[in-house]
Write a protein that binds this ligand. Structure first.
Ligand code: ADP
Ligand code: MG
Ligand code: MG
Length: 208
């Protein structure tokens, strides 16, 4: 992955979030406060603007900048969570204009770890961790098995999608949805759904 591909990923993620704002908001209206789509749109629109106005020499810088922007622009829980994740991804990457798939494995692991540390959610708590975790595991397995970035990204997107759909059955134990207790079951988690969009965007921009 080079700087151009990193920025293309974030732009594709932004476009997907803007397209699906209403769907993300509808999901959050069912088990939260109905602002996830608007939060994500605000954050990723700001990320796009920052990318437009910045020259990057390293891939890591792109993600650090995007993360900082999400933290400062999004008031909801998802801003600090995604922001910390992207910052951790960027900081874990080696310096330079090009990083390898194995570097991305380490970086995505660091991103997931940042979310877990900040939010305290574990697998099964019905949060974005339930899409992020399987996505990183699938990405890692593919890369360790010798796959290139396109194949690894496609596997990660599939795993994130499965993970997001699997949140329907879960009862929320973290975030606003946890206030509903068992009434949160039967609805797909909005954050897991936006995580799926983000990994699908990576698969889309890397597809041969
Ligand atoms: P808010 O809940 O502050 O309105 P959003 O609606 O933007 O923020 O984001 C809600 C999403 O954030 C949830 O669907 C869930 O996936 C994620 N989330 C909330 N709390 C946590 C947490 N502690 N750990 C991981 N993800 C969380
Ligand atoms: Mg919300
Ligand atoms: Mg909110």
């Amino acid at each position: 992955m080079d700087v151009a591909l990193a920025t293309a990923w974030l732009r594709a993620a932004a476009a997907a979030v803007v397209d699906d704002t209403d769907e993300l908001t509808r999901l959050d209206a069912a088990i939260g406060d109905g602002d996830h789509g608007v939060n994500m749109r605000r954050g990723f629109t700001a990320v796009t603007a920052v990318l437009d106005g910045t020259e990057f020499t390293g891939v890591g810088e792109v993600f650090v900048k995007a993360g900082g922007t999400l933290i400062s622009k999004v008031g909801g829980a998802s801003g600090p969570l995604y922001g910390s994740a992207f910052r951790a991804v960027g900081k874990a990457l080696p310096p330079g204009a090009q990083v390898r798939p194995t570097d991305l494995v380490t970086a995505l692991r660091a991103g997931l770890e940042a979310v877990r540390r900040l939010g305290g959610a574990v697998a099964g708590d019905k949060t974005l961790v339930d899409a992020f975790g399987p996505a990183v595991a699938a990405f890692e397995e593919a890369v360790l098995g010798g796959a290139g970035l396109p194949e690894a990204a496609a596997g990660a997107a599939r795993a994130a999608g499965d993970g997001a759909r699997n949140t329907v059955a879960l009862t929320a134990r973290k975030g606003r949805a946890s206030y509903l207790g068992e009434r949160s079951a039967g609805h797909q988690d909005p954050g897991a759904t936006s995580t799926w969009l983000i990994f699908q965007a990576l698969a889309d921009v890397t597809a041969p």
